[in-house]
Design a protein. Structure first.
Length: 115
């Protein structure tokens, strides 16, 4: 089982990034997918989640209207489009696959928002 995040990097405030999480080793379409983030010294927090069929999404209040989660079950990939980025969005971003009694995590990708 693998979840491999990519697309992180350094971006200026107000900029955009698109994160990707490529899944392998399990039946991707049967899992709800989520993005979390964690800043050093803080707890990991849920950023966005999308249901297995892609019809239902949920966002943290801090990112509503700026981030969009989507998935492509044919490519076994979940995305996080991030716009109007703020310095407080700086964190390591992780994707998670979940279904009852089973979950998988990726290793994370660093996003730094700074001028």
């Amino acid at each position: 089982v693998q979840l491999v995040e990519s697309g992180g990097g350094l971006v200026q405030p107000g900029g955009s990034l698109r994160l990707s999480c490529a899944a392998s080793g399990f039946t991707f379409s049967r899992y709800d997918m989520s993005w979390y983030r964690q800043d050093p010294g803080k707890e990991r927090e849920l950023v966005a989640q999308i249901a297995r069929a892609g019809g239902s999404t949920n966002y943290a209040d801090s990112v509503k209207g700026r981030f969009t989660i989507s998935r492509d079950n044919a490519k076994n990939t979940v995305y996080l489009q991030m716009s109007s980025l703020k310095p407080e969005d700086t964190a390591v971003y992780y994707c998670k696959a979940w279904r009852p009694a089973n979950e998988y995590w990726g290793q994370g990708t660093q996003v730094t928002v700074s001028s």
